[in-house]
Design a binder for this molecule. Structure first.
Ligand SMILES: C[S@@+](CC[C@H](N)C(=O)[O-])C[C@H]1O[C@@H](n2cnc3c(N)ncnc32)[C@H](O)[C@@H]1O
Length: 197
């Protein structure tokens, strides 16, 4: 069975454009077959970015979007916070779209083909992720627990997980190495901020 995170060169391309508005900003995202939430911005991703932006007022940050898909989290945070974003994923089509979407929305950033943090070489102020639950718990925990190594001192990890996809049990595991706060709960999604000591 094909999942959105697998690379399938035979999958027919059918580019589409999705619009998204937040505050006074208008974004356009190119999407395609074979990527996560190809027809509309995911509700959990929207809740994550909107919750994060309510709290984060600094600009000129270095942000990492892990499992970026077509680049929604990275592009929006880069433009609104006038920040530099790196976006990584294992899905090459998603990365191609993320590159186009950086350009389309005049965001500052780059994309990196990377299984979790394998090709990530620096540290960031913020890591954002809507982790790939369907890729399995080990991958999700790899992304969440290893964020610590890629965050600057005082940096924090923001993530979204659905209540019915084990949000609380995953957070409980992360709490062994981080202070994990539920910042928002809505429509079955939990938004967490984790700070590592
Ligand atoms: C739930 S989607 C989120 C996509 C995008 N951030 C968004 O908010 O729309 C998770 C993403 O993680 C990617 N992914 C799956 N396994 C991965 C891995 N081992 N390392 C990095 N990214 C992975 C998938 O290809 C997918 O794009």
């Amino acid at each position: 069975m094909e999942h959105y995170f697998t690379n399938n060169n035979d999958l027919k391309s059918e580019l589409k454009t999705i619009s998204y508005q937040v505050e006074s900003y208008e974004f356009l995202f190119l999407s395609d077959n074979g990527v996560f939430s190809k027809n509309k911005i995911d509700t959990g991703s929207k809740l994550l970015i909107e919750t994060f932006l309510k709290q984060e007022t600094r600009t000129h940050l270095e942000i990492l979007d892990v499992g970026c898909g077509y680049g929604f989290l990275g592009v929006v945070s880069s433009v609104i916070l006038d920040s530099q974003v790196d976006m990584c994923d294992v899905n090459k089509r998603a990365l191609h779209l993320a590159n186009l979407n950086l350009e389309k929305n005049k965001a500052k950033g780059s994309t990196i083909l990377s299984n979790c943090y394998e090709n990530i070489k620096k540290k960031y102020d913020i890591i954002l992720t809507n982790p790939p639950i369907r890729a399995g718990k080990n991958i999700v925990l790899n992304i969440l627990e290893n964020a610590k190594k890629y965050l600057k001192e005082e940096g924090s990890l923001w993530f979204v997980i659905r209540k019915d996809q084990g949000a609380k049990s995953i957070a409980k595991i992360l709490e062994k190495s981080a202070i994990c706060t539920i910042v928002e709960k809505s429509k079955g999604f939990y938004i967490f901020q984790a700070k590592f000591s």
